[in-house]
Structure formats: structure tokens, C-alpha cells
Design a protein around this ligand. Structure first.
Ligand code: FES
Length: 142
């Protein structure tokens, strides 16, 4: 299997690994295909993601995608972070081998789950419900 240099870089030296105490939003998602789990923590100030950390119990591709996805949403307003797609993450990594595409879906879902948690904590349940991520939305295995 051939990984791009970007994937290897982020896998060997992942950015934003860890936890945030008293995070404003926490999202945990699992990948039904392989059982891997990703947890994402967000610090949100005035609608902007000021800090983000993640923990991934998963494969190298999942670690690389979480690393780059957290880089991509850090400092962004929620509206921009919500536009993050697994496709954009894969492109930013200069591609993933086809059998590893499903791994990139975890990152997108974890971001959405963490933002949904933030909305729920702030009484914005309708907004949160819109973010429920469904497997059908992902482009990896359809
Ligand atoms: Fe599980 Fe990659 S094999 S996320």
C-alpha cells in the first residue's frame, strides 16, 4: 500500500493530539467497518474554534486524517468547520489508498459530533439535530 508523504508526515508526527479539559464540545464517533474510535475536543469562543485536540484509537490513516482535519478547523468559525468533508481531508493529504478512504470519514464525523455537543450544551437542540451524521452521507463505500 502506498501512502503519500503528507499522510506519513501526519502519521509520524500528528498535530493536536490530546484532550482539552472543560472542552466546550466533545464528540466521539466509531467506525462501523473496523471498530476504530475517535474522540474530538473543541474550545469555542464567540463561535470560533480556538483550540482542538483529538484522540484516535485507530489505524495510521485515521490518525493522519484527524491530525490534518484538526489543523484545518483550528481558528475557523463553526460555519466553516461544518463544511469540512472527508473528501477535503483526503485531498489535503494528497490522497489515501481506496481501502483506507473510510478512515477519513471518522474525522469529519468527529468534528460534527463535537459541534453538535456544543450546540446541545447551549440549548440549540435544533441545530444539533441537523448535524446527526449518517453513514449514508459519506462517500467512501457507496
Ligand atoms: Fe479503522 Fe482506518 S482501519 S479507521
Amino acid at each position: 500500500m502506498v501512502y503519500s508523504e503528507k499522510v506519513m508526515e501526519h502519521f509520524s508526527n500528528p498535530h493536536n493530539v490530546g484532550e482539552i479539559e472543560n472542552a466546550d464540545g466533545v464528540g466521539e464517533v466509531g467506525n462501523a467497518k473496523c471498530g476504530d474510535i475517535m474522540k474530538m475536543y473543541l474550545k469555542i469562543d464567540n463561535g470560533v474554534i480556538t483550540d482542538v485536540k483529538f484522540k484516535t484509537f485507530g489505524c495510521g490513516a485515521a490518525i493522519a486524517t484527524s491530525s490534518i482535519a484538526t489543523d484545518m478547523i483550528k481558528g475557523q468559525p463553526l460555519s466553516e468547520a461544518l463544511k469540512l468533508t472527508n473528501k477535503a481531508v483526503v485531498e489535503a493529504l494528497d490522497g489515501l489508498p481506496p481501502v483506507k478512504l473510510h478512515c477519513s470519514v471518522l474525522a469529519e464525523q468527529a468534528v460534527k459530533a463535537a459541534i453538535a455537543d456544543y450546540y446541545r450544551k447551549n440549548g440549540m437542540n435544533d441545530e444539533a439535530d441537523k448535524l446527526d451524521v449518517h453513514c449514508d452521507d459519506c462517500e467512501c463505500c457507496h
